[in-house]
Design a binder for this molecule. Sequence first.
Ligand SMILES: Nc1nc2c(c(=O)[nH]1)N[C@H]1C(S)=C(S)[C@@H](COP(=O)(O)O)O[C@H]1N2
Ligand SMILES: [Mo]
Length: 437
Amino acid sequence: MSDTSLPPTERATGATPSLSRRRFLNLAGIGAGAVAAGGGSALAAPAAGTPDPNIVPVPDWTKTLGAPVNENPYGKPSVFEKDVVRREVTWLTASSQSSVSFTPLYALDSVITPNGLCFVRHHGGQAEIDPDKYRLMIHGLVDKPLVFTLEDLKRMPGRVNRAYFLECAANSGMEWRGAQLNGCQFTHGMIHNLFYTGVPLKTLLDMAGVNPKGKWVLAEGADAAVMTRSIPLEKAMNDCLVAFGMNGEALRPEQGYPVRLVVPGWEGNMWVKWLRRLKIGDQPWQQREETSKYTDLLADGRSRRFTFVMDAKSVVTSPSPQAPLKHKGPNVLSGIAWSGRGTIARVDVSLDGGRNWTTARLDGPATPMSMTRFYLDFDWAGQELMVQSRAMDDTGYVQPTKQELRAIRGTNSIYHNNGIQTWLVRSNGETENVEVG
Ligand SMILES: Nc1nc2c(c(=O)[nH]1)N[C@H]1C(S)=C(S)[C@@H](COP(=O)(O)O)O[C@H]1N2
Ligand SMILES: [Mo]
């Protein structure tokens, strides 16, 4: 551990506090590896039950009063977490109105993405909608066209809460031709996993009365991009939601305030934000975002028509390029897995580039079409590692290697890259995006 890795206040106050921090780490029983990697002097631990008051001095923050209770009427993370933010890849898009920012997956744990850290993808800037003026229209092949206010949606019987991942079909899209971006924030960060509050879309469609000829639903956004996608009626009736809440509060403006469509397990582009209208028709509309964009171009130049489902995928979030290994000895490898077809049943981890596999420990909720956390507790002796993870879902689907994907898809694709990711961990702990094979 170098002094630059310490929180700024410790650096500012000089050598003594940082030394006490090292001593604290030693005494906390993190292991001999922590001391060796930290370069601190190895102190003889006092016998159990005889704490030495000189080893953990009373810190400065105990000697003065803390901040008042209402300093932040809307709370913010600790100032020491200021680097945990969404980031852009500036060369990726020409304008920041039609662009994407990435979730800092390397710094997150558990399965729910904090509201302020969800990646944001939009094509015409972020619309600002007055909730009192918000309207949702249902029309087309229905018995009775309907218009809902936000209050109408919030009074609707049958409100539900559901956790789902949203993954942009272009997630990992820059990696089709080889390892490119150095960090899971950039290779895999077009994903978030939230608890949505809303009304089943079926409830609203049933109120309007779908004509028997109706087979497709057009969802359109109220933003300047007028994002428009065709969704099969069967999916709309099955599990789609018209959501107004995320993680217990109102949707964030960047996630579609006040209302977005939730299309569980299917590509993020279909989850129309700032939802303005739903039209029932007898066939898909062939909009721009489902023809020239968000289709899979194959090696022979032909395209797949629709690829709605996001197949099973996983990534190790720590260690990863932005979260290198710092200590020899006991370590916790942490990662996420998800599947648009169902529930994650198992994740295997390899530390040697896919030769040997160990089944990881799934922890926390593992529910359909939601992110699942996995861990592998391992001992690191300082050797080079090639870290990989391979997800399996309850349909029996197994996440493919990148070579297996390319054999079928070629390298013309952008979308739906769910290949196995490899991180090379060097003997100094630094970690890099590589490919094996
Ligand atoms: N109205 C509208 N909805 C939209 C978009 C948009 O530009 N406008 N972008 C789509 C795309 S491509 C993705 S991946 C997701 C991103 O959702 P997020 O911004 O909550 O991460 O929203 C989708 N819904
Ligand atoms: Mo997307």
